[in-house]
Design a protein around this ligand. Sequence first.
Ligand code: ATP
Ligand code: MG
Length: 465
Amino acid sequence: MPRVTTDATPTEAMRSEALAVARALRAAGYEALLCGGAVRDALLGRAPTDYDVATSATPEQGAALFPEAVLVGAQFGVLVLPREAGDVEVATFRSDDAYVDGRRPTGVTFSDPPTDAQRRDFTVNGLFEDPETGAILDHVDGLPDVKRRLVRAIGDPAARFREDHLRILRAVRFAVQLGFAIDPGTMDAIRELAPLVREVSSERLRDELTKLLRHGRGTGLRMLRDAGLLPHVLPEIDAMQGVPQPPNFHPEGDVFVHTCLVLDGARLPEGGEAQPSKEDESVLLWACLLHDIAKPPTKSVDPDGRIRFNGHDKLGVEMSEAILERFKFPNRVIERVGNLIRAHIQIASTPDMRPARLRRFLADPDIEMHLALHAADCGASHGDMRILEFCRGQLAAYADEPIVPAPLLTGADLLAMGFAQGPRIGEILRWVQDGQLEGTILDSEDAARRVRERFSAPTGEDPRG
Ligand code: ATP
Ligand code: MG
């Protein structure tokens, strides 16, 4: 039995875990095969994201064998086996009963490998691998499609898309992720049934679109457009097509072309203390996608022909909030994306900002994300990176000191000085911090003196006390 060794790559370690699970099932007398993306990706020389095992053991039998198993998909019983290298999913060979609401079968019937292969979505996803011999079991003519690099629905594409509408988007996502073409028959069905994606739940749409952007960047968006899906999943992005921009700043073309290029150029910040998380990635990708979302509704043309998008940053925040809420993104993601969009124009005036404002902006916990969006935005248009270099230079200058240091005075200090509780306290503190950041107020004593000088006397006290 293969041991998971410490020098194995994450993929090797995950594969060893999945093989160990399959062998344990076989040793107990059940059939067990690797299936899904892991088989496909191994054939393509790609690192699989997760490992799935298909077995003749029922969920109850599997759970008896693996006490640590967690039962998911309560209705149809899939076991998740938590492993250090990554979860292994174990599902019983099955065929789906009739589908309801374009999403899920009314039930499942446990079956055998050839029947199980038929209920899977695309031929390249319907292959099995024998865990002992490594032999590929192909019940769906998937191997030729792997060679031809083709995403093709198993069975009648239209019928499969009517069963589960998410498959329409999955087809596009796999094409982009794998660099495959979509089979013409499958593509015809996608175009014909595109409006059905409107019925997919917000959460499934959100996750699938995020995967599409992660794996495909701008190409994912172009594919959505080419497949006729854009008006149904992201009408606000569809509206960007054909919206012209000032050619001196945007030689690349219209707002849609620009947005695709920004996505293409999006690079997550690296080299910091913390590695970017999945959430960081979503935030950056959706911020790139939505940063100019309000350009179509704000476009105006001056008498001299100059195109303007006044206020598209502010309206863009509102629109992005509405869109991300529609997709049921967590509030944190909505706030972070809004913060990036709000600043994406202002960042161009950083060299002209007063030090206090500049330092507050540079101290934003998402500053690296602001810079990542800005770099992608510039790279996708005029290519001028001077603002980026300016901000980098400023950040480097504060490498050894806090950009926004601890305050010279606190609210408690002001109360002790006799000021009354209320919004004025906040105003005074901000004024003191401005002075501190601009270098005009030097220390706490200086701050207290200047506050007494400038702000009206606290009740019952001599201002110059
Ligand atoms: P990746 O993990 O890289 O996204 P994958 O092919 O492993 O790709 P999963 O979503 O992990 O995709 O699903 C595992 C397998 O389950 C798929 O390969 C496919 O055979 C089957 N499957 C998943 N979702 C569906 C669906 N909506 N309809 C039919 N079969 C599906
Ligand atoms: Mg998978």
